[in-house]
Ligand binder design. Structure first.
Ligand code: ZN
Length: 405
């Protein structure tokens, strides 16, 4: 008993050490919120979930005093963090805090500017240089040009006028404009974003800024003419610092579709990693949307193998095509890794042997196993020879696996 107890303490100690090491490898992130003309109480926890669920970041939320409150004590220790995510549109920060922030970015701090944060601090010169483009807050031609794509060319438009507007929320197509940037590398040229506000007519200094992706609010929806494409994702450098701005992600209670969009989540994570480190190590996920339609991630997480296996058995087009696509992407990713493939094969064999699984799902599994299966699945496949509707697929699989009798 005593021995076990000591062992338990030792294990707990080792785990604590391990966890603190593991955390050190993560990107320490500060989410600043507390004032916004948006529902920051809904959006900030979602941003935290998205960042932390990725396994790359460890984030904490800091809220400022309420609007009109005493801001003098608001002075985060930026030097503790590699990344600051701004979900903030409110009162000015104290002079010292602003100076701290600017110096921290200059020295290589990474920043994510999220949605309405592009409206913040219209009078703060350095901030506007960091965000590249902003809107509202009485911004106009004094603040810099409009920047957009027209007829597939990047346009810098100095004409007079206010900055920032948006129409009714809608699903819209995003175009990836730059393919060789770490944030957008490997993303499809066109992809659908879930229902969101489409910010138009942003303007700002636009220095050291790359327009990564755009979208058009043009008719038949609305907007300025058929070829005007507004920036949706921006990458800016500010001395040694990197800033990623996403104009996407208007939050409803609990987040809502704009934040559940797999495209929003993926680009946010890629932008955040780039801002913090200059690189993106994340693969483009299997469920990244295409031009064909919106992809939502309820719970803001990528599907796990367990979920996929649990749902594959009740195959029901189109409800579970995403699970089958997920399985295929896992198989592709595991090519050349026998251990991983065997793990997948075991999970797939479970679906084959379950009485709950539909014949349709078993046919799909048999087709996959026919080329990637090993001896492990053979007994389960042989069992299906006696099932009338699966006999042909099982025979085919055994032939391809070289196990037909
Ligand atoms: Zn909004």
């Amino acid at each position: 008993m005593k021995k076990q107890f000591i062992l338990l303490i030792l294990t707990a100690g080792l785990m604590a050490i391990f966890n603190s090491c593991a955390d050190k490898s993560k990107i320490r992130t500060l989410i600043i919120t507390g004032q916004n003309n948006h529902n920051w109480k809904a959006s900030s926890p979602v941003l935290k979930d998205i960042l932390d669920n990725s396994g790359l970041f460890t984030s904490e939320i800091m809220t400022t005093p309420e609007k009109g409150g005493d801001m003098s004590s608001f002075r985060p220790n930026f030097s503790k963090y590699k990344l600051v995510v701004l979900d903030y549109n409110g009162d000015s920060w104290p002079e010292k805090t602003r100076t701290d922030f600017v110096n921290w970015v200059r020295n290589g701090g990474g920043v994510v500017v999220y949605h309405a944060s592009c409206m913040a601090f219209p009078e703060w010169k350095e901030y506007n240089e960091m965000i590249g483009l902003g809107g509202w807050g009485d911004r106009n031609e004094k603040d810099g040009p409009y920047v957009y794509y027209s007829r597939n060319e990047l346009v810098t438009d100095t004409s007079a006028g206010p900055a920032g507007t948006h129409g009714e929320r809608l699903e819209f197509e995003v175009r990836t404009r730059v393919k060789d940037h770490p944030v957008t590398k490997g993303l499809p040229s066109r992809w659908m974003h879930a229902s969101d506000e489409l910010y138009e007519k942003l303007r700002g200094p636009a220095k050291n800024m790359v327009v990564l992706a755009t979208a058009s609010a043009a008719p038949p929806m609305r907007g300025e003419g058929i070829n005007r494409h507004e920036p949706m994702l921006l990458a800016i450098t500010y001395e040694k610092g990197r800033i990623f701005s996403t104009l996407l992600g208007h939050a409803d209670e609990g987040g809502g579709p704009a934040m559940e969009c797999a495209g929003f989540i993926t680009t946010l994570l890629r932008g955040a990693e780039w801002a913090a480190t200059g690189n993106v190590t994340q693969e483009v996920p299997f469920d990244f949307p295409t031009a064909a339609g919106v992809v939502l991630r309820p719970g803001f997480k990528e599907i796990t193998l367990e979920e996929t296996i649990a749902n594959l058995g009740t195959y029901d087009i189109p409800k579970s095509t995403k699970y089958f696509s997920h399985l295929q992407s896992l198989i592709r990713k595991s090519a050349g890794n026998p251990d991983k493939l065997l793990e997948l094969e075991k999970a797939m064999t479970k679906v084959l042997t379950s009485s709950e699984s539909t014949a349709e799902s078993k046919k799909l599994i048999l087709r996959e196993l026919s080329w990637m299966g090993s001896d492990y699945c053979i007994p389960a496949v042989k069992n299906l020879l006696s099932v009338e509707e699966l006999k042909d697929e099982a025979t085919f699989a055994l032939q391809r696996l070289g196990k037909s009798e």
